[in-house]
Write a protein that binds this ligand. Structure first.
Ligand SMILES: O=C(O)CCC(=O)C(=O)O
Ligand SMILES: [Fe+2]
Length: 206
């Protein structure tokens, strides 16, 4: 039997951080962001296997994955345009939760259809891990798995619901994590179902 793990040190879940009204406002803003910077389907480095999630970004830098690898870049891979600005509500969240950290430079937008998942991984393409990764969930509930800093460490599973904020700070900044599944019909926020996850990240050191 696998050992159950407790949540790693530095991990915080802030359930219902965003009210329903705040979620609706954020969603409206994101729709405008996605007109400028449409969702694209990244592929895995080397193999070219498509991700099950579609992605976009806002902020001075955006995370992309293609045949050549994972990286941050300042333009959208399909349009070649700079990414849109990070919405104010998300900058306010960052200042509220991580008042001592430098401003976020990237906000990765993940869109999960009901069948999408995300394998266990670390967020480690940034130059610095001093700032936390701050995650916002909108739409259907997801089962989120988080373990330790070694892939083989025991993991624990928790649910992320619409409006919840999760913070991977301190030692949990480099914890392995992933999305096992999306629970269909658990939210009315997105009229066609599915889930949006936003992750705010500091990328550079200076
Ligand atoms: O969807 C989530 O809650 C997690 C997303 C994630 O881990 C990532 O984009 O690196
Ligand atoms: Fe991640």
């Amino acid at each position: 039997m696998t050992k159950a793990a407790s949540q790693p040190e530095g991990f915080r879940l802030l359930p219902g951080y965003f009210s329903r009204t705040a979620q609706e406002e954020l969603l409206e803003t994101l729709r405008m962001v996605l007109v400028d910077a449409p969702l694209f389907r990244p592929v895995m480095p080397r193999t070219g296997k498509p991700f099950s999630v579609r992605m976009s970004n806002c902020g001075p830098l955006g995370w992309v994955s293609d045949i050549n690898g994972y990286r941050y870049q300042s333009v959208h891979p399909a349009t070649g345009n700079p990414w849109p600005l990070i919405p104010n509500a998300l900058l306010q969240l960052w200042r509220d939760v991580a008042p001592d950290a430098r401003e976020p430079e990237a906000c990765l937008i993940n869109f999960y259809e009901t069948s999408a998942k995300m394998g266990l991984h670390q967020d480690r393409d940034e130059e610095t891990f001093d700032a936390p990764v701050i995650s916002v969930s909108l739409g259907d509930t997801a089962t989120f798995r988080i373990g330790g800093t070694n892939r083989k460490d025991p993991t624990t599973s928790l649910r992320l619901s619409s409006g919840d904020v999760a913070v991977l700070g301190g030692p949990s900044r480099l914890a392995f994590h992933g999305i096992d599944r999306i629970l269909p019909g658990t939210s009315t926020l997105l009229k066609n179902g599915g889930r949006i996850n936003l992750t705010l990240r500091r990328v550079t050191r200076d």
